[in-house]
Design a binder for this molecule. Structure first.
Ligand code: CMC
Length: 382
């Protein structure tokens, strides 16, 4: 038997086929360049595109938004569960637990037919922001804010979190970040979801596993580390020296580097402008905070320059996302859940694609252990 090719971390390996997304020639979702989607569409349209395969007509979008808005609620036992979690439970861990539990209450839970999967996907798209916002408020001892049916995915989430409507600028910035986060081919969490459902498991199991994979700081967890990096750098005066010595200590600068993009991530460039504009906007109403935010934008520019010259490494989407959400006064442990609230659209599209044309995903391992040896009776094992 010939030894199959081995690539550590599966780098460069083609592990399946998909019609949902490609990174070749610039990231695109179902044939549309992500920059064009961010410029011309809302997240709600992009979620429809990922789940249903085409951009919606105005009527299709209205019907989709109506279905999703009507599903913006979770059964009372889920709220009890969120309240019963230990107070140190992170929002992402709470979300992972809640998505698993939501599977028990979904009438289509065990049905893997295409239409049933679409119904479950739309429900989870609606329920995930509710879970994040409810857990956030319950953990603070605040009453939950009922979802609004007249608001978009982004606007309703901010409303449920804060109890007041967000400004159009905040809604737009969050919405664009959700478009950019929505889908990314065979990234770790999506691949995890596909592996899980390839056993003919179910959508809720796949999404629960995907959230677990997203959590790590090499993947979605990186956006919660961005402000740590900026704070640790000490600001514009010290950032260059700090970055160089962090690199000399072989530390990873979270928000930089990518397995696939070696010359830059187009998404980071798009969202950077929104982070900068938010800092400028805040400055007009709150000079002190605006000055602080500008300081982090300036620091970010310096770290970007040092990373490019020292490591030929460029920011990924998490770098501006962490700063944008901080400028919006969103608490840092919410950043990866926000990623999940968007990526649920891509995850679900992949789960559906996998189950529509399934073959068990079961690769091989290159064995590095001891050669075959005899089992000694226990008395002879020294
Ligand atoms: N800062 C400093 N050094 C780095 C970084 C970084 N951000 N990323 C990679 N390196 C170094 C790494 O230390 C290693 O050096 P050496 O060869 O001397 O040991 C070399 O580059 C190769 O690292 P690798 O982990 O084998 O490379 P990879 O292509 O598998 O890594 C990555 C991709 C995203 C895991 C990595 O770049 C990283 O850890 N970045 C920081 C975390 C991060 O921002 N993750 C978000 C990824 S994109 C969006 C998302 O999924 O959320």
């Amino acid at each position: 038997m010939t030894t199959p090719a081995y690539s550590p971390g599966l780098e460069g390996v083609i592990a399946g086929e998909t019609a949902i997304c490609t990174v070749e020639g610039g990231l695109s979702y179902r044939g549309y360049f992500v920059g064009d989607l961010a410029e011309h569409c809302s997240f709600d349209e992009v979620a429809y595109l990922l789940l249903h395969g085409e951009l919606p007509t105005a009527v299709q979008l209205k019907e989709f938004q109506t279905r999703v808005a009507a599903a913006r609620r979770v059964p009372p036992p889920i709220k009890d569960l969120l309240g019963a979690l230990p107070k140190w439970t992170t929002p992402l861990d709470a979300l992972r637990t809640a998505v698993s539990a939501l599977g028990h209450f979904d009438q289509d839970s065990a049905d893997n037919a295409h239409d049933a999967n679409l119904r479950k996907a739309e429900r989870l798209l609606a329920q995930i922001p509710v879970v994040i916002a409810d857990h956030y408020r319950i953990a603070k001892g605040q009453p939950e804010v009922p979802a609004r049916q007249d608001l978009s995915h982004a606007a309703n989430f901010l409303y449920m979190l804060r109890g007041v409507e967000a400004s159009p600028m905040e809604v737009k910035a969050l919405d664009v970040s959700l478009i950019l986060y929505a889908e990314h081919e065979f990234n770790a969490s999506t691949f995890a979801a596909r592996v899980i459902v390839s056993t003919l498991s179910d959508l809720h199991s796949g999404i629960t596993g995907a959230i677990g994979a997203l959590k790590g700081p090499l993947h979605g967890g990186a956006n919660e580390k961005v402000m740590d990096i900026l704070l640790a750098s000490g600001g514009p005066e010290k950032a260059e020296e700090w970055t160089k010595s962090a690199l000399a200590r072989k530390e990873r600068i979270m928000g930089f580097g990518h397995r696939v993009y070696k010359t830059g991530d187009v998404r980071a460039g798009i969202l950077k402008k929104f982070a900068q504009d938010m800092a400028t906007q805040v400055r007009q109403t709150n000079a002190d905070r605006g000055t602080e935010l500008q300081k982090w934008e300036d620091t970010a520019d310096i770290i970007e320059r040092v990373m490019a010259t020292e490591k030929n490494m460029f920011p990924n989407l998490d770098w501006p996302a962490g700063r944008l959400y901080y400028a919006m006064k969103l608490e840092i442990p919410l950043y990866t859940p926000i990623f999940a609230m968007s990526r649920i659209s891509g995850w679900s599209a992949h789960v559906i694609e996998q189950l529509d044309n399934n073959r068990l995903i079961r690769p091989r391992a290159l064995y590095k252990g001891p050669p075959r040896r005899p089992v000694k009776p226990i008395a002879e094992r020294g």
